[in-house]
Structure formats: C-alpha cells, structure tokens
Write a protein that binds this ligand. Structure first.
Ligand SMILES: [Cu+2]
Length: 98
C-alpha cells in the first residue's frame, strides 16, 4: 500500500501541480522602464501605485513572455499586469502607453 500512496502523490504532483500551488492574482500596473536585462528577461520599472499590492517605486520585475519583453524600451511607458503567485511575481500582458 505504501508504494501505491507514493504513486498517487506523484500522480497528483504531475497532473495538477498539486493543491499546494497558490492561485495567481493579477494587478494592473502603469510604469516606465528604467533598465533592461535581456539575458535574464528582467526589467527595472518605475511604477505607479499598484492597487492592493504596493506603493509607487522603482524595482525589478521578471518578464516571462519573450514577446512581452520585446515590447520594452528604456524610457518607454507601459500598461501591464503584475501576476502574483505566493512569493513569486512577474510582469505580462504588456502594452505600450503614451
Ligand atoms: Cu514595486
């Protein structure tokens, strides 16, 4: 029975990433790009207040999507989404703003 339980746990992990994974929360963000690190796909963004998440500040964000990262230019302004999952966060759905 022990091996069955291990198998079941393994299946759960593979199939569902298991129930442990926290839900992804989305926050709308507006900001200006101040620095880009293409190698690590990290953008430093001077962002405005992000409702229910954080005050205005300049900080680094990972931009997971290659196509999103390609839209970024130093000095460019964007509207985007900050995705938050537990301790993890990243930026996506990037649109350039005026
Ligand atoms: Cu911040």
């Amino acid at each position: 029975m022990k091996s069955f339980r291990i198998l079941l746990a393994l299946f759960c992990l593979v199939a569902f990433g298991c129930a442990k994974k926290e839900p992804v929360v989305e926050h709308a963000m507006r900001g200006e790009i101040t620095l880009l690190d293409p190698e690590h796909k990290v953008a430093t963004i001077k962002h405005e207040d992000i409702k229910d998440f954080m005050k205005a500040m300049t900080m680094e964000y990972t931009v997971r999507d290659e196509a999103d990262f390609a839209k970024l230019k130093v000095g460019g302004k964007i509207n985007a989404i900050v995705f938050v999952q537990g301790d993890d966060y990243w930026v996506g759905r990037v649109k350039s703003a005026q």
